[in-house]
Write a protein that binds this ligand. Structure first.
Ligand SMILES: *[C@@H]1O[C@H](CO)[C@@H](O)[C@H](O)[C@H]1NC(C)=O
Ligand SMILES: *[C@@H]1O[C@H](CO)[C@@H](O)[C@H](O)[C@H]1NC(C)=O
Ligand SMILES: *[C@@H]1O[C@H](CO)[C@@H](O)[C@H](O)[C@H]1NC(C)=O
Ligand SMILES: *[C@@H]1O[C@H](CO)[C@@H](O)[C@H](O)[C@H]1NC(C)=O
Ligand SMILES: *[C@@H]1O[C@H](CO)[C@@H](O)[C@H](O)[C@H]1NC(C)=O
Length: 598
């Protein structure tokens, strides 16, 4: 190897390393698209986009959209670069077709046979990048300082498919950093600390300012290497761009114009399933009802506001509520995206006070020829009038009249059409809202009733519990009261018993006392009697002694007689006493029996 070439070769590697250094700083990845919401049918407003990168020098947002639940989904990205900024290199995973909406700049990409290509970009350019290339985009610093706005659609065909799991592209720093330092060092044949310096960087934005120091170094070296080593002039082969505004529209009248870009017109669209169209409706105009027989149309509103009416291709045969196809009206404004599946007739309208400009990416492997309902090229107009009349249930003449004044315009004046559509839409929305509210109210009412029923049940249950508790308590209290009463009764009884007993005892005592008194009295009386008798006897004895003294004594006999009678009296008394005692004891027994029977 010649020394000169060897030097260049080493400087090429150096450039690659620096190239990587710039972008190798691992930022948020663009391939975290796994759990992204895919919008099905209808409208995706600007603020519903997902932000992929948001930096000081620009931002990138995306949406996933598909025409129906079973339709393939499409990925769109919206690049906005401040003037004089760079979207750092990425490896592209799927064919990408993009339209430059505002601003200017250039895109640089690698090609398979080595080296890079670049092309300048300006407003209205339509461009395609092939999957597998590494590309980056710079924005110019214009006098008007317009931002570079790019709307991109990624292809979705069998052989080149946007894969949500890996995203639309990956930043090259991520690709390199996935390897161990050793491997990278071996591959690049550079000192380890150089690699470390690269891998140590963790946070660089996806979009940087063009005049940053790193960036300058990058450009200087790139220029050196490309021109000297690869023999490619730095201002290398220019890719051709296709500018919408350089071409004559397919259709144009005072109400607007439309242009479709097919593979025939732009060869680079071959190999993608993406077609392009652009429509500009002046105030109070309409792109007549039409459908796409082979393509789903994904439109991005570029300017103004308008209304879109989409009629469902088949409303009745759908059993799945989820997939139910609805006729739709939506109001669109700049930045909104709307999708219309194939075979769904649609019409776009502008308001009386504003024009409506939108681009459309159509997805079709084959050429797509939009079919219009009305006009000279009407698909219906080509049918037999009689058959058509029968189909509509009207006479030939009605059909004749219907097609009497057809010209070949597809865009026509439609004053206040958008306004009317909006009115109907709002009306429908209001109705839906009301229905929803009604439904909600019903739901709430139902919930309330259920709640109430539950509450009542609960209350009833609680009351039942309370009652039971009360009953239990009462039962317990009664039981206790009963016991108390019993006790009281018993007490009373005991008391009563005691009293009775006392009474009795008193009675007995009194009786005993009386008895005693009586006995005493008796004893006293007997004593007195005895004494009296003794006195009388002694008096008589004295007399008898006096007599005996005169006639002799019979005293012992009489004395014995008298003694016997005295003994007899005492026994009698004792007997009487015992009987009385017995009577008393019987009373006692009777009392006791009564009490125990209680
Ligand atoms: C890389 O980071 C490690 C630890 O964070 C540090 O020790 C090392 O010096 C850094 N290397 C370079 C080249 O900056
Ligand atoms: C669309 O048409 C209007 C009115 O003719 C015009 O002012 C506007 O610049 C056009 N927009 C584009 C993008 O062509
Ligand atoms: C144009 O008219 C529509 C409907 O009447 C209205 O909602 C909108 O704000 C108007 N736009 C402008 C730019 O005046
Ligand atoms: C309608 O047209 C068919 C054939 O074109 C003709 O046979 C038929 O008489 C027409 N009917 C009327 C009511 O004009
Ligand atoms: C107990 O006394 C009551 C009156 O107090 C009387 O009716 C009843 O017959 C008596 N019982 C007995 C067993 O003598």
């Amino acid at each position: 190897m010649e020394p000169h070439k060897a030097f260049l070769a080493s400087s090429f590697w150096l450039v690659l390393v620096i190239f990587l250094t710039i972008s190798l700083h691992g930022v948020n990845t663009s391939n975290e698209v796994h759990h992204v919401k895919t919008h099905v049918g209808g409208l995706v407003e600007k603020d519903q986009r997902r932000t992929l990168f948001d930096t000081e020098y620009g931002d990138i947002s995306s949406i996933e959209i598909k025409g129906g639940h079973r339709a393939p989904s499409y990925h769109l990205q919206f690049f906005t670069l401040e003037p004089n900024s760079v979207f750092l290199p990425v490896l592209l995973h799927a064919n990408m077709v993009f339209y430059v909406h505002t601003g200017s700049g250039r895109v640089t990409w690698t090609v398979e046979d080595g080296g890079t290509r670049r092309t300048d970009l300006c407003e209205g350019d339509l461009f395609k990048l092939n999957e597998g290339c590494v590309f980056y985009i710079e924005s110019n610093l214009e006098a008007e300082r317009k931002k570079l706005r790019i709307y991109a659609m990624f292809a979705n065909t069998d052989d080149t498919t946007y894969d949500p799991s890996i995203g639309a592209y990956s930043r090259i720093n991520q690709l390199v950093k996935g390897f161990d330092i050793k491997i990278i060092q071996a591959a690049f044949k550079v000192p380890g600390d150089l690699i470390e310096a690269i891998t140590n960087k963790t946070d660089t934005p996806a979009i940087v300012h063009a005049n940053s120091k790193e960036h300058k170094t990058f450009w200087e070296l790139e220029a050196l290497v490309l021109s000297d080593f690869l023999g490619i002039p730095s201002n290398d082969k220019k890719g051709k761009t296709y500018n919408i505004f350089d071409k004559d529209p397919d259709f144009k009248n005072c109400n607007g114009w439309s242009l479709a870009v097919t593979k025939k017109k732009l060869k680079s669209l071959k190999g993608t399933n993406i077609g392009f169209l652009m429509v500009n409706l002046t105030t109070g105009s309409m792109l007549g009802p039409h459908w796409n027989p082979t393509a789903t149309e994904i439109a991005v509103v570029l300017e103004g506001e308008g209304m879109v009416r989409v009629v469902c291709a088949n409303r009745k045969n759908n059993e799945d509520k989820m997939e139910e196809c609805r006729n739709m009206r939506f109001r669109v404004k700049e930045g909104d995206v709307f999708v219309v599946p194939r075979f769904h007739p649609m019409a776009q309208m502008s308001f009386n006070n504003d024009s409506l400009v939108f681009l459309g990416f159509s997805t079709a492997a084959k050429e797509n020829y939009p079919q219009f309902l009305a006009g000279k090229r009407s698909v219906l107009g080509a049918l037999d009038r009689h058959i058509l009349g029968t189909s509509f249930g009207v006479s030939n003449t009605t059909i004749d009249q219907l097609f009497a004044s057809q010209d070949d315009s597809i865009i026509s004046g439609c004053v206040s059409c958008a306004e009317e559509e909006e009115r109907v839409m709002k009306e429908e929305e209001r109705k839906r809202e009301e229905e929803k509210e009604e439904e909600q109210e019903k739901e709430q009412e139902r919930a309330r009733r259920e709640e109430e029923a539950k509450r009542e049940e609960e209350q009833a249950r609680r009351q039942q519990e309370k009652r039971e508790r009360r009953r239990e308590k009462e039962a317990r209290r009664e039981h206790e009261k009963g016991k108390e009463e019993e006790e009281e009764e018993a007490e009373r009884e005991r008391e009563g018993g005691r009293k009775a007993h006392r009474r009795e005892r008193k009675h007995v005592e009194r009786r005993e006392e009386e008895e005693a008194q009586r006995e005493q009295e008796q004893a006293r009386r007997q004593q007195e009697e005895r004494e009296k008798r003794r006195e009388q006897e002694s008096g008589r004895e004295k007399e008898e002694e006096g007599e005996r003294g005169r006639r002799g004594g019979v005293r012992p006999h009489r004395r014995g007689d008298r003694g016997r009678s005295r003994e007899e009296g005492a026994a009698e008394w004792e007997q009487e006493e015992a009987r009385r005692h017995q009577e008393q004891d019987g009373d006692d027994v009777e009392d006791k029996g009564n009490r125990s029977s209680f």
